[in-house]
Design a protein around this ligand. Structure first.
Ligand SMILES: N[C@@H](CCC(=O)N[C@@H](CS)C(=O)NCC(=O)O)C(=O)O
Length: 216
């Protein structure tokens, strides 16, 4: 049997979509969490001095997107259709842009620097930053749904989620919550429906209902 260990800080962050992929697929893994305040004692022992890190049967893999795609392929969560698989990559790429944009605010808030955090928040809420990426993601979903012609609220409709569904549902929800600005999703109906469809999946709702809340 395959053996999986996922190392991250004791946060949801960019490891959470990976945890959702494991949970949805009912594949056991060791969810190894380093307390955030202890991180500097551990940093040097990681290849890129960063986490997440996946250990699989004694081998190791870094980079959250590479890990997600690897597990997605192993657990049957990548569309067979090459165009649809590329659309998953497009969505995750846009979410990663969003994450990078928000990173200075995460650090400022974590360090208790309220002035910088508020300044970052103001910039992030300007029309060409977070609102633009969310609107573009919502439009992208519209385009995918029109192309695929499937009904249903997951990215490709139907009842079958793909790896990008976990990224999209987690981050649209978490970033908006972090920014404390629910109105950001006011005109993003498809994003809201997609998130709800993922959160309604039995394995995911079970996990979320007992998950501890974390800073990010
Ligand atoms: N591109 C990497 C980024 C990894 C990354 O930035 N991880 C952060 C946590 S979200 C980290 O380890 N920060 C600790 C540090 O930079 O010391 C990925 O997607 O895995």
């Amino acid at each position: 049997m395959d053996n999986y260990k996922l190392t991250f800080m004791d946060l949801q962050g960019i490891a959470e979509p990976i945890r959702l992929i494991f949970k949805y697929s009912s594949v056991p893994f060791e969810d190894y969490r380093i307390p955030v305040d202890d991180w500097l004692d551990h940093k040097k022992s990681y290849k890129w001095e960063r986490v997440p890190l996946l250990e699989w049967n004694g081998k190791s893999l870094s980079q959250s997107v590479a890990i997600s795609r690897f597990l997605g392929r192993k657990f049957g969560l990548i569309p067979d259709d090459q165009w649809e698989a590329a659309k998953c990559d497009e969505i995750v790429g846009a979410l990663y842009d969003l994450r990078n944009l928000m990173e200075p605010m995460f650090y400022a808030k974590y360090n208790g620097d309220n002035e910088t955090s508020e300044k970052c928040r103001g910039e992030l809420l300007s029309a060409d930053k977070v609102p633009l990426i969310l609107t573009n993601l919502n439009d992208l979903l519209k385009e995918i749904k029109t192309e695929s012609g499937n009904g249903g609220d997951l990215i490709f409709g139907g009842s079958r989620p793909y790896w990008a569904d976990f990224w999209l549902a987690h981050f649209t929800h978490r970033f908006v919550e972090f920014l404390e600005e629910p109105s950001l999703l006011e005109n993003c109906e498809l994003l809201k429906l997609q998130k709800q469809a993922v959160y309604n999946l039995e394995k995911i709702s079970e996990y979320i209902s007992q998950r501890a809340s974390t800073f990010i």
